[in-house]
Design a protein around this ligand. Structure first.
Ligand SMILES: [Zn+2]
Length: 368
């Protein structure tokens, strides 16, 4: 295995992610100094027209859940966290998906585009190969599921780093509550987008939960590798073993507490990528209780390092339904660089800032 000290020079290095088996190219450029990252921040829009602020409950679809320690009416004020269906859902419940007639993209019979002048002659092989029924070629099915928004606070906070400890705990507890509320989903994907460049359309801090009718390939891959590792090592946990070694080596470890650790992953795909993982292996994030404090530390250390919260994406990786050989983790990726042709064409990222350097920077920026 290549020594990580190789990254102190500018020699590029290929690293393989332990969990996914996917490669990253670390190519630290001489220009890759921390001050060279252009931090993009959206101009704040303010609370006046914000549908997620307390008092504006009538501007969202009716809530499906709210944390109201003092009681109170549905869709009224007095909540700590509030969950509503996404106004523009990527997935629809069974009833509305059927009503929408999502029966597949089959074109109308005799659609003119295929007939009029598109083929040079009747002997064209494209015409000869036109057959009536090849359902596998154009596979489609209704996107059944749920797509919810978890509003993190009644006040207009635009980054999780600005939530206080109690607010942060309530937000993460609500993530778990809603993930557990969809037991039939094959996979429950929870994400946070912060900043317009990271995909957030509303600046008021919130998460989104997708209850999916299938297991995404990236997750299935991680599950398979965790299972294979356990089989090969008579029951060891893949990420547990990674954690032991990260603590021993220390160079990518940013912080650790009684519950969880914060590391810059070995094969980080982008600069300052962070991973929160519980010290004790638990398959499902939603069935665990630990980690909120370390997720908060991660968000705050990034805000401290970049003199304000950078645009970022956060995602929870939890066990697919029925998988027990898994170790949840939460990944955070600041949007400091953009994916270009190589990344899109190969699925392989080129990271110009090695995780060892990122971890060293972040250790210096740790909040008290
Ligand atoms: Zn707001």
């Amino acid at each position: 295995m290549a020594s990580s000290s190789a990254v102190t020079t500018a020699a590029p290095e290929i690293r393989i992610d332990q969990l996914t088996g996917l490669r990253t190219i670390l190519a630290p450029g001489r220009a890759a100094r921390p001050d060279n990252f252009q931090i993009k921040r959206s101009e704040p829009k303010g609370a006046a027209d914000c549908p997620f602020c307390e008092g504006h409950e009538d501007r969202t679809p009716p809530e499906v859940y709210a944390l109201r320690p003092g009681g109170g009416d549905t869709d009224a004020g007095g909540w700590r966290t509030r969950v509503v269906p996404n106004l523009y859902p990527a997935l629809a419940d069974g009833a509305s998906a059927e009503a929408g007639g999502a029966g597949g993209p089959a074109p109308a019979a005799g659609s003119p585009g295929a007939e009029a002048g598109a083929f040079a002659s009747s002997g064209d092989p494209l015409l000869a190969s036109r057959r009536a029924g090849e359902p596998d070629l154009f596979s489609a099915r209704p996107a059944h599921g749920a797509h919810e928004v978890v509003i993190h606070s009644p006040r207009h906070v635009t980054a999780m780093a600005a939530l206080d400890e109690g607010e942060f705990d309530a937000a993460v507890a609500t993530w778990r509550e809603r993930m557990r509320a969809h037991p039939d989903a094959s996979y429950r994907q929870l994400i946070v987008n912060e900043g317009g460049g990271a995909g957030a359309s509303l600046e008021h801090s919130h998460a989104q939960l997708y209850a999916l009718p299938f297991v995404p390939a990236a997750v299935a891959r991680e599950r398979e590798r965790a299972g294979a590792y356990a089989e090969r090592t008579a029951g060891s946990g893949l990420l547990s073993d990674v954690l032991v070694e990260e603590v021993r080596r220390g160079e990518r470890l940013v912080a650790i507490d009684d519950e969880a650790a914060l590391i810059c992953p070995w094969a980080s795909r982008s600069p300052f990528e962070l991973r929160v993982l519980p010290r004790r292996q638990t398959a499902s994030f939603e069935d665990d209780t630990v980690g909120a404090a370390m997720i908060r530390t991660a968000m705050r250390v990034l805000a401290a390092r970049f003199d304000g919260p950078p645009e970022l994406n956060l995602w929870v990786r939890t066990a697919p339904r029925g998988a027990d050989q898994f170790h949840w983790h939460v990944d955070i990726a600041p949007r400091l660089t953009i994916k270009a042709g190589f990344e899109l064409s190969t699925g392989i990222d080129i990271n110009i800032y090695p995780p060892e350097r990122a971890a060293a920077d972040l250790r210096e920026s740790l909040p008290d």
